[in-house]
Design a protein around this ligand. Structure first.
Ligand SMILES: O=C[C@H](O)[C@H](O)COP(=O)(O)O
Ligand SMILES: C=C(OP(=O)(O)O)C(=O)O
Length: 399
């Protein structure tokens, strides 16, 4: 085989040779499909936008408390609420200040984390989120996206409200993970080795969704895999690809989000998930996503899911440790696109509950946590909360 540079073609990397087979046929080059563009290193961005004292306090306290809630050592409910995706800083901060006030008022019963989802996995194609396309115009200025995402997360954490997000690209945590109190591996990536490796090194509790097909086993496998140490190639703070060795993340948990075969927030589904976890030798920690497959993506149906869970929790169910809600200022959703006039505070991805509906649900969930506390004899210390028996997990007193 010989190489030639006079063959027509569009190599996108300068210097990529065109290929001519020895029989004279032109061979389409298979390389050159990726252009490499520079971007600020994680260390540079973190130095430019450092974690402040207050934000550090928010993050560390929330991570610690979230683990205790998930383990049943804190009898509150973990509620991760916020827009499906953030696209507009002003609207996200407006929502955050309302959520922070509601969270403070309900702090005895709920541990509230704001969804600040800056990366979106897509079923096929679509807007990739603030990091991938901060201009919502296809410009894909990732350098700007990372900076905007970090700055927004920092400002929210600075107010005392912890933030949570889904980790989609394994290079992103190096830029943002120090600001994040709770993370997620989504339904589209739960079976991905890359995401399991990544979760094993994240310094926060990570909720792994069941698959879009409804498989909970895939999430259980991911939780088990992420609890173990891994060694893999990845982005480090200094930028270049490095060998990363993780110690394993013992704080991962399953998130039931429904799937192609319907919702899975019902008592029987939760029981089944708990059995799978126990069978895998894992602690029974279950969080339910009221949206996605559980709401059939009809935002108002999140109420039905949350009402049902609130009733079961008030009746003493201790298996469900938390809920995810998709909520923003204005209910519903809208299409984004270059030059479009957008409604302030309305989702550009999945439809969300509006603010008043959200507050109502938060109060209801707080009431359920209170009722559960009243019906549970306390304090009951579990010798090993990790080996909790389904539905009868004793809560330890919050300290
Ligand atoms: O949570 C948001 C969406 O459900 C997820 O990103 C997939 O979106 P899509 O099916 O519209 O691509
Ligand atoms: C994409 C999300 O969820 P899922 O992975 O369950 O579809 C999400 O929570 O934004």
């Amino acid at each position: 085989m010989t190489t030639s540079t006079d063959t027509p073609g569009t190599p996108s990397t300068p210097g990529t040779p065109h290929i001519r087979h020895r029989d004279g046929r032109r061979v389409r080059p298979t390389g050159g499909r990726t252009r490499v563009l520079p971007v600020e290193s994680p260390a540079q961005l973190c130095e430019r936008l450092p974690l402040t004292y207050h934000a550090t306090h928010t993050v560390m306290t929330a991570r610690h408390d979230a683990v205790r809630v998930l383990d049943g050592r804190d009898d509150r409910l973990l509620v991760i609420a916020g827009p499906c995706s953030v696209h507009d800083r002003a609207a996200a901060l407006d929502y955050a200040s309302r959520l922070r006030d509601a969270a403070a008022a309900l702090a005895d019963d709920l541990l509230v984390v704001m969804r600040v989802y800056v990366e979106k996995p897509r079923t096929c194609l679509g807007w990739p989120g603030l990091v991938g396309d901060p201009g919502l115009d296809g410009g894909a200025d990732l350098g700007r996206g990372l900076a905007e995402a970090r700055s927004l997360m920092l400002d929210i954490a600075e107010t005392g409200l912890p933030v949570g997000c889904e980790w989609v690209n394994p290079a992103t945590p190096a830029y943002l993970s120090d600001v994040v109190a709770w993370g997620s591996v989504g339904a589209r990536t739960a079976s991905s080795q890359v995401h399991r490796d990544m979760a094993s090194g994240l310094p926060m509790p990570v909720g792994v969704k069941n698959g879009t097909d409804g498989s909970v086993q895939v999430a259980v496998d991911a939780v088990r895999a992420a609890a173990a140490p891994h060694t893999f190639l990845g982005a480090s703070g200094a930028g270049p690809v490095s060998v990363l060795r993780t110690s394993g993340n013992p704080d991962c948990h399953v998130v039931l989000r429904g799937g192609a075969d319907g919702p899975n927030y019902g008592a029987a589904h939760v029981r089944r998930a708990a059995e799978l976890l126990t069978g895998a030798g894992l602690p029974v920690r279950v969080v339910v996503d009221a949206s996605h497959g559980n709401s059939g993506k009809q935002h108002e149906r999140q109420r039905v899911v949350a009402d049902d869970l609130a009733m079961r929790i008030a009746d003493g169910d201790t298996t469900v440790r938390g809920l995810l809600l998709e909520s923003f200022l204005v209910p519903g959703r809208q299409d984004a696109g270059a030059g479009r006039q957008l409604v302030f505070g309305q989702s550009v991805t999945d439809a969300c509950l509006g603010w008043s509906g959200t507050v109502q649900l938060l109060r209801e969930l707080a009431g359920a946590a209170r009722a559960r506390r009243a019906s549970c004899p306390r304090p009951r210390r579990a010798a090993d909360p990790g080996s909790a028996v389904l539905g009868t997990t004793p809560f330890l007193e919050r300290t």
